[in-house]
Ligand binder design. Structure first.
Ligand code: SAM
Ligand code: DTB
Ligand code: SF4
Length: 340
């Protein structure tokens, strides 16, 4: 069907009333039409030649009590991963400084926790956040579930963004995770939002879900009262020993469709081409960046799995005419919206 993203008064207001049928109609457009529409909105809200480079660090690795079927860090799966307790602050800040030197403007720290617990370890994470902000970078953490008080403390420490993915549709979610619910996930996102931290929430494709599941996840995100400022689109990194270890890879054009649909439904958000780039050709990655993605994870490692090396990423960006987005100086999470 292909409904236009334009609001009835011909402006490009952000919408929060998407139906699954509309999302699916956009998703299933011809690739040319889909990319054209995504690009129009991309250019309207962002500098389409800029890509934000984000570096990831696993600050606490493995032995996670949750049973997420995709995740090598779950204690329920046997992947032979070396576990690591929460890192000390100095080591984390060293890695952040190194990432900044290499060109990253956002530093994301991930802990394999079910939830945040008050105490010395949380205090340490707060110190990490303060340290990353002092380096002039955006700071993002992903620590599992948290409550309102913990969100406020992270905000006070200067946290830019909290990553907590919906991962998939409400309907498919129980196929992937049994140890927490979709509503638990949404409650954490609300705590983050209420504390004034920007929200980073997206998901994974390639876990055996249907196209409707993918679109339904985008509807959940786009119909939140405020769109997540950051929407990571991951493709499954199939890790042997996880229940999804033998899942076949997604077709690159399916990823392009997902990114373009996210861009159209949440035009002002950063759409991040996240995990799974190692399995993509550079041409497919450039197509994702043309179809509305404006950020990549930068650095040889994601949390526990590999990512393209920094030299080849910089060469790819240069060849395609993209430059790295510089960190904003006012502490906000996203580049100033450019409407032209
Ligand atoms: N434990 C916290 C949580 O679940 O929110 C934070 C860390 S968790 C590793 C962050 C996100 O990484 C997950 O929500 C999932 O979307 C993504 N992820 C984990 N394993 C992945 C994989 N094998 N392939 C793609 N994305 C993955
Ligand atoms: C997100 O959406 N993707 C990142 C980040 N948020 C934390 C994590 C990807 C993890 C890929 C598997 C791994 O390296 O362990
Ligand atoms: Fe734990 Fe997060 Fe991995 Fe789930 S995705 S097993 S919560 S680290």
């Amino acid at each position: 069907m292909g409904q236009s993203p334009q609001a009835p008064n011909n402006t490009y207001e952000l919408r929060h009333d998407w139906s699954l049928a509309e999302a699916r109609g956009i998703h299933d457009l011809s690739i040319g039409e889909l990319v054209d529409r995504a690009r129009l909105l991309h250019r309207r809200y962002h500098r389409s030649d800029e890509v934000q480079l984000c570096s990831l660090l696993s600050i606490k690795t493995g032995a996670c009590p949750e049973d997420c079927a995709y995740c090598p860090q779950s204690a329920h799966h046997n992947v032979g991963l070396e576990t690591e307790k929460l890192m000390n602050v100095d080591r984390v800040l060293e890695a952040a400084a190194h990432a900044r030197e290499a060109g990253a403007s956002r530093f994301c720290m991930g802990a394999a926790w079910r939830e945040v617990r008050d105490g010395e370890e949380f205090e340490r994470v707060l110190d990490m956040v303060r340290g990353v902000r002092d380096l002039g970078m955006e700071a993002c953490v992903t620590l599992g579930m948290l409550d309102e008080d913990q969100a406020v403390r992270l905000k006070e420490a200067g946290l830019t963004s909290y990553n907590h993915n919906l991962d998939t549709s409400r309907e498919y979610y129980p196929e992937i995770i049994s140890t927490r619910t979709y509503d638990d996930r949404l409650r954490t996102l609300a705590a983050v939002r209420n504390a004034g931290i920007t929200v980073c929430s997206g998901g994974i494709i390639g876990m055996g879900e249907s196209t409707d599941d993918r679109c339904s996840m985008l509807v959940e995100l786009a119909n939140l009262e405020t769109h997540p400022e950051s929407v990571p689109i991951n493709t499954l990194v199939a890790v042997a020993g996880t229940p999804l270890g033998d899942t076949p890879p997604v077709e690159p054009l399916e990823l392009v469709r997902m990114i373009a649909t996210a861009r159209i439904m949440m035009p002002a958000s950063m759409v991040r081409l996240s995990a799974g780039r190692s399995g993509l050709s550079e041409e497919a990655q450039v197509l994702c960046l043309l179809a509305g993605a404006n950020s990549i994870f930068f650095g040889e490692k994601l949390l526990t799995t590999g990512n393209p090396d920094t030299e080849s990423d910089l060469a790819m960006m240069e060849a395609a005419g993209f430059s790295a987005l510089q960190p904003p100086h006012d502490g906000t999470s996203s580049p100033v919206r450019k409407v032209s």
